[in-house]
Design a protein around this ligand. Structure first.
Ligand code: AMP
Length: 505
């Protein structure tokens, strides 16, 4: 049988498990898996999925963050199905919306979470990780499935906030992850000698870099306990103790460390080699503190949305910046084309401002089960009317600097980044509007104070509103401030006047 070694990410796992069978692949507090164990357990999960005759079907993974989640992901991949992680802390109504979009063919969970899952509006095969991860592996079936599957089959679906209140499922193929991770591991020369300190939740695209760089290169990833991110000194001690030399975190996590100057207590100069970040603006003010205390580390700013697997441009920090200068998002990654288009859909000239659009092998196939939203954002390249060629419109406004590097400026729409989370303000507005007392509401983001501000006409307390909507949106979307107005300002088009509201922040 001729196999295309590059058609499925699990071939990486096979190679690494043969090369480094006893090396730790992933570790969390009190638990770890070697590459061989990861491979074996994942194949067991795959075998069970194939007993259900599933092929190219969505499989939900509903488990607490940990190594078993990654075994389940790989199990879905070995069987040529695709996984979609659901955060166990997500409000029930949002989980139900995701289940409605995804219509999963099976759910992998644990005995402890089974009852929770049974509360949701879904009926189907619930598989318990404890029961399926050690069954007899059927190698022949796995080989047959992988031979049938092709590289443009889906590997996973990650859900992001949707402005109408329905989360959007970003679809990503094996090929896209292979393309992206080839770039990551080559650019940063990742090898089995490296150790990653994972911060990103597995339902967030930044985790793709940690997970798949580890599997491809034989590195080790430590899943850092979440509570450490609120205790910077302990966090840095953890990095030192585990000899973690590479971190890829959201800037919010790096900022907390910088603000408390935790480096004064823990010397990481012999430990940390690379500090990579992505997901939101990294202010030079805080980056300069990192650079002051750890001058020999390689720093890189990666930029991109979930729709391009994780990132599509990068800037390896190679010069000094003053605290108030923006840090470039840099240049396109290999095999990635960046177009900066103005309002007439023409490429900007000089330092003109335009929307960053992207095409490349690591581009998503669109939003799962949502052709309408897919059509809005994934469009024909206006610069190529000759053959079908899809670009993704990110909604990010950028310009070029004098070095030809891209500079991120702002969003064109109402999507924000709050503590590293991607949020559509419309999703919060939809939740608030569903309360019967509310007639009109509007949400804005106060960038300076990093607060989600809700404007209302009704005399309602923040605590009351947040309690009521906490069953609809995740905790990080709850408004931080409520401003009650006698009358909502309306503009000439009869819409809420957001410009006037901004003045009230
Ligand atoms: P997500 O899909 O959660 O990764 O969010 C993608 C969005 O985060 C992008 O469209 C940008 O608005 C923002 N973003 C990602 N990386 C950066 C960066 N390095 N600098 C500024 N904004 C970023």
């Amino acid at each position: 049988m001729v196999t295309d070694m590059k058609a499925n990410v699990t071939y990486w796992l096979d190679e690494t498990a043969d090369r480094l069978p006893d090396k730790i692949a992933f570790a969390q507090d009190g638990k770890a898996v070697t590459f061989r164990e990861l491979q074996k357990q994942a194949k067991a999960v795959a075998t069970r999925l194939m007993e259900l005759d599933l092929f190219k079907k969505p499989v939900v993974v509903y488990m607490e963050k940990g190594v078993d989640v990654l075994v389940s992901f790989m199990g879905a991949a070995y069987s040529c199905n695709f996984y979609s992680p659901i955060d166990v802390d997500m409000p029930a109504s949002r989980v139900n919306k995701i289940l409605e979009v995804l219509c999963p063919a099976a759910v992998i969970t644990t005995a402890a979470l089974r009852n929770n899952f049974e509360e949701y509006d879904w009926e189907g095969e619930i598989l318990l990780f404890e029961e399926i991860s050690h069954i007899q592996v059927c190698e022949n079936k796995i080989e047959a499935a992988r031979h049938r599957g092709i590289d443009t089959d889906l590997l996973y679906v990650l859900f992001t906030s949707g402005s109408t209140g329905v989360p959007k499922g970003v679809t990503i193929t094996h090929r896209s992850v292979i393309d992206y991770i080839d770039w990551v591991t080559e650019t940063f020369a990742v090898t089995e000698a490296d150790s990653f300190g994972n911060q990103a939740p597995f339902y967030f695209d930044n985790s793709i870099l940690d997970i798949y760089s580890t599997i491809r290169s034989g590195a080790t990833t430590y899943i850092i306990p979440k509570n450490l991110f609120a205790q910077p000194v302990l966090l840095l001690e953890y990095l030192k103790e585990k000899k973690i030399n590479t971190i890829f975190w959201v800037p919010s996590a790096l900022i907390v460390v910088a603000k408390l100057k935790a480096f004064r207590n823990v010397d990481l100069s012999d430990t940390l080699k690379r500090v990579l970040f992505c997901g939101e603006v990294m202010p030079n003010k805080q980056l300069n503190l990192w650079r002051k205390y750890l001058p020999d580390v390689q720093y890189a700013n990666l930029y991109g949305p979930t729709e391009i697997t994780d990132a599509c441009t990068y800037y390896i920090v190679d010069r000094e910046f003053s605290d108030d200068e923006p840090l470039p998002i840099g240049i396109p990654m290999a095999n990635t084309d960046i177009l900066v288009l103005d309002e007439k859909n023409e490429p900007v000239r000089g330092d003109g401002i335009g929307e960053l659009c992207v095409r490349g092998t690591s581009l998503s196939m669109g939003y799962y089960h949502n052709p309408e939203k897919t059509r809005e954002a994934f469009v024909q390249n206006p610069l190529n009317p000759f053959v079908p060629e899809i670009i993704y419109r990110t909604g990010d406004l950028v310009k070029y600097n004098e070095y030809g590097e891209l500079i991120y400026l702002s969003r064109k729409d109402f999507q924000i980044k709050h503590m590293g989370h991607r949020i559509e303000l419309g999703e919060i507005e939809t939740a608030v509007s569903s309360l019967e007392e509310i007639s009109l509401c509007c949400c804005l983001y106060d960038e300076k104070r990093q607060k989600i501000v809700l404007f209302l006409e009704e005399e309602l307390e923040k605590a009351y509103i947040n309690e009521r909507i906490s069953s609809l949106v995740p905790e990080y979307m709850l408004p931080n401030k409520v401003i009650v107005l006698e009358k909502m300002p309306i503009n000439a088009n009869g819409k809420i006047d957001r410009v006037k509201l901004k003045e009230l922040l």
